[in-house]
Write a protein that binds this ligand. Structure first.
Ligand code: UDP
Ligand code: MG
Length: 192
């Protein structure tokens, strides 16, 4: 199993690029936000109100819920023969990172998408998701700078962090992302 985290401010292009990786190569794209939204939408989920409340407020929720849902998606993909996982927007906090590694396994590489803040806000306001209002966006950018930065530091000390500039066009970023993965011995098998 290979686990690659993709971090970066909201709107830095994580979802778009991981989506392209998943359709091009044999790998899974686990967007933690999407996975949580799907859990919240299940009629029998005990977590619906907690997750919805956190998302509405742009707060990072409890690690047990997040890691639990990620783990079940990973198990399912492993059963389907997938061995490479891109974690989009996870881990956001140090305690999540530690908990994930304890119950799932080590994160092999962390790719940090680097994009100027004005561009993040612009892109988010264009996509118009329910939680993409100006205040919530501001809060998520703050969380990234104040909290997720500790996660980046942890993996950087282990020599596992690479940065990718994502202030260009989707196609250009995707080309550079594939180069970066190759350079870090993360060869991907094409999907056919
Ligand atoms: N979230 C959470 N725990 C996580 C990651 C996200 O509770 O580990 C919540 C948080 O409230 C966040 C929201 O999910 O604001 C949306 O996350 P998403 O990754 O979709 O936002 P993006 O970074 O893609 O804009
Ligand atoms: Mg996203």
């Amino acid at each position: 199993m290979r686990i690659i985290s993709v971090l970066g401010g909201p709107g830095s292009g994580k979802g778009t690029q991981c989506g392209l990786l998943r359709t091009t190569f044999m790998c899974a794209h686990l967007s933690v936000g999407d996975v949580l939204r799907a859990e919240a939408a299940k009629p029998d989920s005990p977590y619906t109100s907690i997750i919805e409340d956190n998302i509405r407020n742009g707060r990072v929720g409890p690690k047990e819920i997040t890691v639990g849902v990620l783990q079940s998606h990973i198990k399912e993909a492993l059963d389907n023969g997938i061995q490479t996982f891109f974690l989009d927007g996870f881990p956001r906090k140090l305690d999540q990172a530690e908990y994930f590694e304890e119950i799932v396994g080590p994160i092999d590489l962390v790719i940090v998408f680097d994009c100027p803040e004005v561009m993040l806000t612009q892109r988010l306001l264009q996509r118009s998701r329910a939680d993409d209002d100006t205040d919530n966006i501001k809060r998520r950018i703050e969380t990234f700078k104040a909290t997720t930065s500790h996660v980046v530091k942890k993996y950087s000390d282990m020599g596992k962090v690479v940065e990718l500039k994502t202030d260009t066009e989707v196609e250009d970023i995707f080309i550079r992302l594939q180069q970066l993965l190759k350079e870090h011995d993360m060869e991907l098998e094409p999907r056919n």
